[in-house]
Design a protein around this ligand. Structure first.
Ligand SMILES: Nc1nc2c(ncn2[C@@H]2O[C@H](COP(=O)(O)OP(=O)(O)O)[C@@H](O)[C@H]2O)c(=O)[nH]1
Ligand SMILES: [Mg+2]
Length: 208
């Protein structure tokens, strides 16, 4: 067996206990306990679900889909006694048209501003798409809500070395971020150690 670093080992161990708990369609369905919530946001198809599975080493925990706009609810996955993963619907591409998009945006807005707003929001971008008005609007709203955000450039495995060197800075400038985004690949696992460490730091009894 391949030797693993302690943070990865912790996540794979925690991941075995992870489970889907509920989907919320309105604020009264939001989870409201003491565990920190890590929310995943971004347009459909950027790899939010794949990332959650990869972090926890659970290929089928969060359903991935090739059809944009399938997720219609805010889905809560519990890692017992540790944290929640909160899978936000991708705003902008709702299948039900404009009305439905607005309903999603409102639901997400309600989630970001409610009492137990996420301890950390991971905003996932496709590393190949460095200029998106939808992302600009969504990131703007999230930052306005005062939530702690880390932007991730997923699918880095699709870039050549030159693009990998250039894109983080371009994305930082395009969306006015304080720091460059972290480049990752849910597919190969590259860059996930940093994301896992950031999540572990949210836990009251963080090891190390
Ligand atoms: N090449 C590559 N493809 C990925 C990566 N992460 C996700 N995908 C693919 O992107 C598609 C959408 O992934 P999904 O997790 O359902 O995206 P979501 O809609 O944001 O939850 C799927 O076909 C995934 O296999 C990655 O890091 N690299
Ligand atoms: Mg998804």
């Amino acid at each position: 067996m391949k030797p693993r670093d302690p943070v990865e080992a912790t996540f794979l161990w925690l991941g075995q206990k992870a489970r889907f708990v509920k989907g919320a369609v309105a604020p009264d369905g939001f989870v409201d306990d003491a565990l920190p919530q890590v929310a995943f946001a971004g347009r459909s198809n950027v790899g939010k679900s794949s990332l959650q599975n990869a972090l926890l080493g659970r290929s089928g925990l969060v359903r991935t889909s090739r059809t944009p706009g399938r997720t219609r609810e805010i889905n809560f996955f519990e890692v017992p006694e540790s944290f929640w993963f909160v899978d936000l619907p991708g705003f902008g591409y709702a299948r039900g048209g404009v009305k439905s998009s607005e309903a999603f945006a409102k639901l997400v807005g309600d989630y970001l501003s409610h009492d137990r707003h996420p301890a950390l929001l991971l905003y996932v971008l496709d590393a190949e798409v460095i200029d998106s008005e939808v992302d600009e609007i969504c990131l703007g709203r999230i930052m306005e809500a005062g939530v702690r955000v880390q932007v991730l450039l997923n699918k880095a495995d699709r870039l050549d070395q030159s693009a990998r060197n250039r894109h983080p800075r371009l994305v930082q400038e395009r969306y006015g971020l304080e720091a460059p985004p972290w480049q990752i690949s849910a597919r190969t696992g590259s860059g996930l150690g940093r994301v896992r460490s950031a999540i572990l730091e949210l836990l009251p009894s963080a090891p190390g």
